[in-house]
Design a protein around this ligand. Structure first.
Ligand code: AKG
Ligand code: FE2
Length: 201
């Protein structure tokens, strides 16, 4: 989603550990096994058959590709537009994410499917402010790391969680509004389905 430019300081040390003081972000929820292996297979089949669109930001094409449902997001103009409805295969996973997040399923107006081929990343960002205070995501395929960081009075706070296949996470509260997050290169093909609310005017 929209990202904010940050100072180019090294994120990890030579051992690949994040630099900074460990702190668990308030508002971060992690739930393993949100979907079963059988459900994951069906979802991967459905997602594998979809078409994806490239993301071009600042003239660069990202390795990851995306498909939006409900509400589309233009990465160049930051505009939201209506997109095709959520396919029926994704209704149950949206319901479970909404349960986990404690929101109404229909409030997740947008579903973003992201396809990460091996080596694809998402850089440091906060999700666009046009979206509401709760974001939830499901991971399918390869595991990856979700990194979080925030800077306070000259001190960087960091946190890292492994996103196992079939797991879900919620970013709410400070984890959504204050912390930035990123995903370092994924080892194998991974998909995420992330759900967002629209901010009320
Ligand atoms: O792939 C994910 O789980 C996270 C993606 C993400 O941070 C985003 O689309 O804003
Ligand atoms: Fe994000």
């Amino acid at each position: 989603m929209a990202r904010q430019r940050v100072a180019a300081t090294a994120t990890v040390d030579l051992m690949g550990r994040m630099r900074g003081v460990q702190e668990r972000p308030a508002g971060l929820t992690y739930q393993p096994e949100l979907v079963s292996s059988d459900e994951e297979r069906l979802l991967l089949t459905a997602l594998g058959a979809m078409d994806y669109r490239e993301i071009r930001m600042h003239g660069q094409v990202a390795r990851r590709t995306v498909r939006h449902f409900g509400v589309d997001y233009d990465y160049g103009s930051f505009q939201l537009t209506e997109a095709e409805a959520l396919p029926v295969e994704l209704h149950e996973v949206r319901r479970r994410c909404a349960d986990l997040a404690g929101v109404a399923p229909a409030s997740f107006a947008q579903a973003l499917v992201t396809r990460y081929p091996p080596g694809a990343v998402i850089g440091w960002h906060r999700d666009a402010p046009a979206f509401g205070p709760t974001v939830a995501g499901v991971s399918l395929g390869a595991a990856c790391l979700l990194r979080l960081r925030r800077d306070t009075a000259g001190q960087r706070r960091v946190y890292e969680v492994e996103l196992a296949p079939r797991s879900a996470y919620v970013l709410a509260g400070a984890a959504r509004s204050t912390w930035q997050h990123s995903i370092p290169p994924v080892p194998e093909l991974r998909y995420s389905i992330t759900f967002r609310q629209l901010r009320r005017p």
